[in-house]
Design a protein around this ligand. Structure first.
Ligand code: ATP
Ligand code: MG
Ligand code: MG
Ligand code: MG
Length: 470
């Protein structure tokens, strides 16, 4: 059956409520947890239940959690399955639901409610997790549809410390026409063909500061199903950007820019349209949950997403402020499910407009400098790396934008030279770590800031977090 995003969301929650799980609302994107930058999974709000510090009367819980992740930021828009903002449907238990039960429910919901053909489902288990392998077998899954994946895919942790454990993932085969086309393509491949839509985590351990992993008081369950991905599956689309909610935003981008969206083109204008659609959701939800643009931590995540969206608007030839229109569209598409979005619209719009204007001025100033530099070049001569770096460092001009504009005027950019300047700057920053590392950086967006030692822009180890696939 074709199901809308709203229908999938409620079918999932109802299924688990009927099984005796208690329905919890999404928590804020700003977690009540100093070890976590932003909510990135449904289990975040249940951390203390996993740790045995709190108990629940019901056998478990279910929720639809707003999440923001930026570990995939470079590929957003360049594939059909990664978003910076997404909704994670989940069911959770703290000793009350067995592994067998959890797997049986996931299969029942997939095949009986969503009516996905079992022939198209694939299952992975953690390297040596024979127990879960056998559970899927007993539930009727063909052995050829179960594979073993290592730590990168099948070991989950919410952060550098805290609850973690082995996982079992469920994938849907989107069909041969989707993805890399290699004959050996299989679950775990980097392409969109085998779409991971559900992850069942058996949260058993509690990683400590020193790296040790004592058992938690219970064998817990934490599952996460990506709503956007299930929408793509249920609506017969190879990309979540082609599903009901995202299409409203893509269409708005087409109207504003005059660009045409091509659903299987993952480059150029189609990619920019996706990035704006995606980032607009993050921006709206982050600000309405109380995050303000800034140079550190959450504020930096927001600023980076917002400026990237504006930048891609520029790439599409949109002048003048436009992001506010996307905020209105997000509210229109998602206000029913998230009424809080509608509470502070004027405030959100004000913050978006101010930040967009500020960044636009920076971009305009850089444009004057760039046009002048280009006018001095001989025909076919490349823009030197020092000029590209100056644009980046002084004007906050993203290198992609420099390249795009230079190419439009018939000039290449000396990227190697630019990279050398960047590296030299990083060296200077490292030498300066004891002082204010940000002092050596322009306070506007730089794509490369995340390559700085992470402690420079937030209070804990982002790299470890990324390693934990936040
Ligand atoms: P992937 O390997 O595709 O990046 P993941 O293994 O990082 O996904 P999990 O941490 O297991 O994802 O999250 C549980 C579920 O949430 C995934 O199975 C997927 O359906 C959804 N999900 C995770 N990350 C994203 C994202 N960036 N955009 C949209 N949905 C996501
Ligand atoms: Mg994965
Ligand atoms: Mg996963
Ligand atoms: Mg991921």
């Amino acid at each position: 059956p074709i199901m809308s995003t709203a229908e999938i969301r409620s079918a999932f929650l109802k299924f688990f409520e009927d099984k005796g799980c208690k329905l919890y609302p999404s928590s804020s994107l700003v977690p009540d947890d100093p070890s976590l930058l932003l909510a990135n999974a449904g289990m975040n709000q249940f951390k203390e239940y996993y740790q045995g510090k709190k108990t629940m009367r019901e056998i478990g819980a279910t929720s639809c959690q707003k999440c923001v992740r930026t570990n995939d930021i470079d590929i957003i828009g360049a594939d059909g399955r990664h978003a910076s903002f997404f909704e994670m449907l989940g069911n959770f238990s703290f000793g009350g639901v067995s592994k067998e039960q959890a797997c049986a429910w996931a299969l029942e919901l997939s095949t009986k409610v969503f009516k996905l053909p079992i022939e198209r489902l694939y299952f992975t288990v953690f390297t040596d997790d024979d127990e879960t392998f056998d559970i899927w077998r007993k539930l009727g899954v063909e052995e050829s549809h179960i594979s073993r994946l290592g730590e990168d895919d099948n070991f989950w942790a919410a952060g550098p410390t805290g609850p973690c454990g082995p996982c079992s993932e469920i994938y849907y085969d989107m069909g041969e026409h989707v993805g890399c086309g290699r004959p050996d393509c299989a679950p775990g491949c980097d392409c969109d063909r085998f779409l991971e839509y559900w992850n069942l985590v058996f949260t058993q351990f509690d990683r400590q500061e020193d790296g040790s992993m004592p058992e938690l008081p219970h064998r817990n369950l934490d599952t996460g199903m990506g709503l956007e991905r299930m929408s793509a599956i249920m609506q017969g689309k190879s990309s979540f950007f082609d599903s009901d909610i995202m299409q409203g935003l893509i269409k708005l981008g087409e109207e504003i820019s005059g660009a045409t969206y091509v659903s299987d083109d993952y480059t150029g204008p189609s990619r920019s349209l996706r990035i704006i659609a995606d980032h607009a959701r993050s921006v709206d939800f982050l600000i309405s949950d109380g995050v303000l643009p800034g140079n550190e931590g959450r504020g930096y995540v927001l600023r980076r997403l917002l400026r990237r969206a504006v930048f891609h608007g520029r790439l599409l030839g949109v002048d003048g402020p436009f992001l506010g229109k996307f905020i209105d569209k997000v509210n229109e598409l998602m206000g029913d499910a998230y009424p809080d979005l509608l509470k502070n619209v004027a405030l959100v719009q004000g913050i978006v407009n101010a930040e967009e204007e500020r960044f636009s001025t920076t971009l305009d100033n850089g444009r004057v400098y760039l046009d002048e530099a280009l006018s001095k070049l001989a025909e076919g001569e490349a823009l030197d790396g020092a000029a590209a770096f100056m644009l980046h460092d002084t004007f906050g001009f993203p290198i992609d934008l420099t390249v795009e504009i230079a190419e439009g005027a018939g000039h290449a950019v000396d990227i190697d030279g630019f990279n050398r300047e960047m590296e030299a700057q990083r060296e200077r920053a490292r030498a300066n770590v004891k002082g204010d590392a940000w002092g050596t950086f322009n306070d506007v967006w730089t794509e490369l800031s995340d390559k700085l030692p992470a402690t420079e822009f937030c209070g804990y180890d982002l790299e470890t977090l990324e390693g934990a696939r936040v």
